[in-house]
Write a new protein. Structure first.
Length: 74
């Protein structure tokens, strides 16, 4: 069975982003790619205590995902 070959690097810290769910602060932004598809690159925005709140393909394609709702469980 194959192995994941994903790579990421931090490109920004302490960012703010507004998505349909609201504004998030202290965002960590990474650039992500895989050795299996080196021409495809994405950026991901991580919100504290939430995880990925936004994702964009920045090379090798087109795609955008943004957080629209959060459900907290007790």
């Amino acid at each position: 069975m194959g192995h994941a070959q994903d790579v990421a690097r931090v490109v920004l810290l302490d960012e703010t982003i507004t998505v349909p769910n609201g504004s998030f602060h202290l965002i960590l932004v990474t650039e992500d790619w895989s050795e299996l598809t080196p021409d495809l690159r994405e950026q991901e925005w991580y919100g504290p205590g939430v995880g990925v709140v936004h994702e964009e393909t920045i090379q090798g394609g087109f795609g955008v995902l943004s957080l629209v709702d959060v459900t907290q469980h007790p």
